[in-house]
Design a protein around this ligand. Structure first.
Ligand code: BF8
Length: 663
């Protein structure tokens, strides 16, 4: 939560809308967080409610539950169950993507097709699907079936593990945490943590890592790849974010949730000339599609659909009074949307059989009739336009460049024929880049909205750390302008030179939360490219989830740790009730698998430790010590100075002038 005298968000549009909501007596998550303190027993992992002899609270003089479970066992079980829940959410999403691909390949979902045929071949190779002399759709069908088999696989190892560096695969095998099948690992955690089963924190947490890996290198990675197959692999595009993207004179339809299967169809529907004419017949100028949360990230990355906000903006967007229809699918959708929408003309439409909300209108999505359903929903929104009353739309709009898939990063660094991660590795080796960081994850109303994302990212780029972002973190920093090429001016001298040479922002948007797997792929390619060791754990890289709140974030954090990355979460540790467990997920995991998980609420301290870690990894690789004074002599600033001098009538030549020091 923001401190006294601090605004609750660094986003002016959120602050503005919160004031409007409060004036109108509309309660939001910000108000509920003020009214309700978090339960300290549950927060620290001290509560066990895995059977009805409890719930047991392992605090004060109580060191064991009724069954004798220790603080360590209880804290470890709670964390492992969070991982399992997060992994199941991502992976079930991945399963649905595979089912859509299967339906498309079998001709049962005529509104979908394969938009990235190269990716079909790439994935086919990973899943051992033959490609020689076969049609794309035939291969795609086998790819979908092979992907689905990964969920129910009982023995062996999931196939995508081979995308990881060889050394990492060996670490997993040695530690006994190579995932066997996606569903199997989730089910096993639920069994393992049932009363009277696994009662050693060590084995519970190692199994937790295996489950997280089944998400990162399994369900989520399959989801990213299949989404690229169906809707195209992202390439950079310019886009706009924040609530100013809501329209005063068009029908506003907002997609919110995570699965692009429906939102892509909604996009087709809103661009249908018949729909636009229909909107005009209702007095609107057209239909304006925007997004919230990760559905927004998916449509932003591929189609440039504007984003109006992240997790904590969802209720406030409705308070603008300008949204005719908000359509939601799965995950991160607040139940509070229904009572907020009730106070406006906004129609809240749920679409997933797995995510109903009492009071919402349910239009069940079926990929076999995708466009027909999408048009039906868009029409509902248009019909609602005449019911719009007074609106209050904040003016804020920021620009960004999104769409950095790992394929594109590869291409940008070397071109079509010579595409490779060599230039990126070389930049790290020379010290032009100090290291690389992933800053990802949610908003959490217990911490000042967007602040930590912005602070940490700004500090990292200032220190020549290239940042990649996903999820609500990417939306936070997009709103602050850090994902625009102009933000290169805020970067350290080495990173700025690279940004100017390649024409990219210092912070790269790589997608939604399932797309954190793109970061795993980039790290694997860096490790195998040479010069930065042989394993992800050797690379000067750090992961952050500074404003995390969901179980999915815990699963993501743990699969990064399991992949060898030092991962820093904001807020207090959810296993704080056991110092042994708290130490184990840091030092214990680092000793065994090279990555560690730490909870550091203070963003300044988090950055300090991250840079220390990056420098330690550089030293271990024998790389030159990071020295920013070695770089920055070239760059756009020189040309700008030259132009300024010309405009001021000062005769200078960029070749003969004494090179001034960059400011
Ligand atoms: O999956 S970052 S609040 S929207 S959980 Fe949710 Fe967190 Fe946002 Fe995307 Ni990810």
């Amino acid at each position: 939560m923001a401190r006294r005298n601090e605004s609750p968000s660094i986003d002016p549009s959120v602050v503005e809308m919160l004031e409007v909501a409060r004036e109108r007596g509309i309660e939001t998550a910000f108000d509920r967080a003020e009214a309700m303190r978090p339960c300290p027993i549950g927060h620290d992992g001290a509560c066990c409610k895995n059977c009805s002899m409890g719930p047991c609270r392992l605090v004060g003089k109580h060191d064991r539950g009724i069954c004798g479970a220790t603080r360590e066992t209880v804290a470890a079980r709670n964390l492992a169950r969070m991982i399992a829940a997060g992994a199941s959410a991502h992976s079930d999403h991945g399963r649905d993507m595979a089912l859509t691909l299967l339906a498309a390949a079998e001709g049962e979902a005529p509104d979908y097709t394969v938009r990235d045929a190269n990716k079909v071949l790439e994935v086919a190779e990973l899943l051992d699907v033959p490609t020689e002399g076969r049609e794309t759709m035939e291969i795609a069908k086998d790819v979908a079936e092979a992907a689905l088999a990964q969920f129910g696989q009982q023995k062996g190892e999931i196939l995508y593990l081979k995308r990881a560096p060889r050394k990492r695969q060996e670490v997993w095998r040695r530690a006994g945490i190579a995932p066997r099948g996606i569903d199997r690992e989730v089910v096993e955690i639920m069994h393992r943590t049932h009363v009277g089963n696994d009662q050693w924190y060590d084995s519970i947490l190692m199994a937790g890592l295996r489950t997280a890996l089944s998400d990162g290198w399994g369900g989520s990675m399959l989801s990213t790849d299949i989404t690229d197959i169906l809707f195209g692999s992202p390439v950079p595009l310019r886009a706009k974010v924040n609530m100013g993207m809501l329209s005063e004179d068009e029908v506003n339809i907002v997609v919110h949730g995570h699965e692009p299967v429906l939102s892509e169809m909604i996009l087709v529907a809103v661009n249908d000339p018949e729909m636009i004419e229909y909107a005009k017949s209702k007095g609107a100028k057209g239909v304006n599609l925007t997004g919230i949360c990760c559905t927004a990230n998916e449509t932003l990355m591929r189609q440039g659909v504007p984003t109006v906000g992240n997790f904590l903006s969802q209720e406030l967007a409705i308070v603008t009074g300008a949204i005719e229809l908000m359509i939601v699918d799965i995950q991160c959708i607040m139940q509070a949307l229904a009572p907020v929408a009730d106070q406006f003309h906004t129609i809240l439409v749920t679409t997933s059989p797995k995510a109903h909300i009492e009071g919402a209108t349910h239009v069940e999505f079926d990929e076999h009739r995708a466009l027909e359903i999408a048009k039906e929903i868009v029409k509902m929104g248009i019909d609602n336009f005449p019911n719009r009353k007074e609106t209050h739309i904040p003016k804020e709009v920021s620009h960004l460049v999104a769409g950095f898939s790992h394929e594109y990063i590869n291409y940008a660094l070397g071109g079509f024929y010579r595409g490779s991660f060599r230039p990126l590795n070389d930049a790290v080796i020379q010290g032009r880049l100090r290291g690389v960081a992933g800053v990802v994850g949610c908003n959490n109303v217990r911490t000042r909205h967007d602040y930590s994302h912005e602070y940490i990212t700004r500090e990292l780029i200032k220190n020549d750390v290239l940042v990649v972002m996903t999820g609500c973190g990417a939306i936070a920093c997009s709103k602050s302008g850090l994902l625009s090429p102009e933000a290169a001016e805020l970067a350290g001298p080495g990173l700025r030179e690279i940004c100017e040479a390649v024409g990219m922002p210092p912070v790269l948007h790589v997608g939604s939360c399932v797309d954190n797997t793109r970061i795993l792929t980039v790290l694997s390619q860096m490790a195998t490219e040479g010069g930065l060791g042989e394993d992800i754990a050797d690379i000067p890289v750090v992961g952050f989830a500074p404003e995390w709140m969901s179980e999915k974030a815990i699963s993501i954090g743990c699969y990064f740790v399991g992949s060898g990355v030092y991962t820093i979460f904001g807020s207090e540790s959810p296993v704080a009730n056991s110092s042994i467990v708290d130490r184990f997920i840091s030092e214990g995991w680092e000793e065994r698998i090279g990555g560690k998980l730490e909870f550091i609420p203070d963003p300044e301290e988090a950055v300090r430790r991250a840079l220390e870690h990056i420098d330690k990894k550089r030293a271990a690789l024998g790389l030159v010590e990071y020295d920013p004074t070695l770089f920055g002599q070239s760059g756009d600033w020189l040309m700008r100075k030259f132009i300024e001098a010309m405009e001021a009538g000062i005769p200078v030549s960029p070749y003969s002038a004494k090179i001034p020091t960059p400011v």
